[in-house]
Ligand binder design. Structure first.
Ligand SMILES: NC(=O)c1ccc[n+]([C@@H]2O[C@H](COP(=O)([O-])OP(=O)(O)OC[C@H]3O[C@@H](n4cnc5c(N)ncnc54)[C@H](O)[C@@H]3O)[C@@H](O)[C@H]2O)c1
Length: 357
């Protein structure tokens, strides 16, 4: 069990990896009481300079080792591309730092498990950045199911759709390194499944429970001559369709793609039970969910309910450091989701269902 942080001064945080997503972390840490952003780390001097200037972060380092030579850092957020998460996390954990790590935790389950084990051994707070845990309706849906409001779960439909292979609203993937690495397994990408499939697997299983069997089909479409742009071989999956059986026997379909024009970033979840259904559609609202229970079942009436705001992950991370009480999602949860990712790849390769053990 992590030790409570007894000091009352601000928790000193460093962000490692100062690219696109680091902006999100900077904004959320800045909006969290009781912490202070004191350092940035990046291998790109230019990106590091722009980032630290933009957020008035006083110190900048070109490596984690350099950062850790400084003894006053309490916590780090690891926001580098996926292949670097493990080595950086292990280095920070060994130095006794609390760690918030971007998803996916690692590239494979054994690596993710090693990270979870190291975090446990270090006795520090560890969290994986499953962003959508910030959304209040999602927390509320999990709570309703836990309390039995829709009875026993029988059927789950979950999807995460993006459109950036067609739409240029987020920039042109053909010319941007920050999109191209996501299309290339040599550059550590696990495709759409590893990138956003990881969220939808968490999104589906957090409320609906563990998965016991998974069947996955992945697809990569040709996107450039010889399927290559510069140093990037475009071989990482673009789409995934997964069918699952949950531990209680419920069935589910989980899917994700980067080809869903008209849905730049849409998350949809419907969970049906023996006494009702709940539904969330981010394209309609990020703060409300729908529910059909009781007498409404007989008339197919869905009530829209605004969910009361819940603390975001950065607030929960800092609170956990202060109280010593580990909040979710921790590295162990990150590793559990990693196991589902590995099983999905195995199922696709073998063209058959894979049992989760
Ligand atoms: N939770 C979410 O919703 C969400 C959304 C987007 C990205 N992500 C995750 O965030 C991470 C970063 O994604 P991004 O979009 O910011 O990528 P990015 O390519 O925009 O930025 C990554 C940065 O890390 C730096 N970097 C690379 N190796 C490094 C190292 N060894 N030490 C220090 N810095 C290093 C790069 O120079 C770059 O500036 C990825 O793991 C990605 O999956 C999560």
């Amino acid at each position: 069990m992590p030790k409570a942080k007894t000091k009352t001064s601000a928790i000193k945080v460093a962000i490692i990896g100062t690219g696109g997503m680091a902006n999100w972390h900077a904004r959320y840490f800045k909006a969290t009481r009781g912490c202070r952003l004191v350092a940035g780390v990046d291998t790109s001097a230019e990106r590091l300079r722009k980032f630290t200037e933009a957020y008035a972060i006083p110190q900048a380092y070109s490596s984690t080792t350099e950062l850790l030579a400084r003894s006053d850092i309490d916590a780090v957020a690891i926001v580098t591309p996926d292949p670097y998460h493990k080595a950086i996390a292990l280095e920070c954990l060994a130095a006794g730092k609390h760690v918030l790590c971007e998803k996916p935790l690692a590239l494979h389950y054994p690596d993710a498990k090693a990270m979870a084990d190291a975090a446990k051994k270090a006795g520090v707070i560890n969290m994986v950045h499953f962003t959508y845990r910030n959304w209040a309706p999602f927390q509320k849906i999990a709570d309703l199911i836990q309390k039995g409001k829709i009875g026993e779960v029988r059927h789950v439909e979950a999807s995460y759709h993006q459109a950036w292979l067609v739409s240029k609203q987020w920039g042109d993937w053909r010319t941007s390194d920050n999109w191209l690495w996501r299309l290339s397994s040599e550059h550590g990408s696990k495709g759409t499944l590893g990138d956003v499939g990881v969220h939808i697997l968490d999104f589906a299983t957090y409320p609906a429970g563990k998965i016991k069997e998974i069947y996955c089909q992945l697809k990569t479409f040709k996107k450039a001559p010889r399927n290559r742009i510069g140093k990037y071989k475009l071989d990482a999956n673009d789409s995934a369709i997964i069918t699952v059986e949950f531990a209680n026997g419920a069935l589910g379909s989980i899917q994700t793609t980067r080809w869903m024009t008209g849905h730049l970033n849409r998350i949809f979840l419907k969970i049906a039970g023996t006494k009702g259904s709940v539904c969330f559609d981010s394209q309609l609202s990020e703060s409300a969910y729908k529910i059909c229970t009781g007498a409404d079942i007989e008339t197919d009436t869905w009530k829209t309910v605004e969910a009361k705001a819940t603390p975001h992950l950065h607030q929960r991370f800092i609170k956990s450091i202060r109280t010593g009480i580990q909040d979710q999602p921790d590295f162990a949860r990150g590793a559990e989701i990693q196991k589902l990712l590995d099983a999905s790849f195995k199922s696709d390769e073998q063209r058959k269902p894979v049992r989760i053990r």
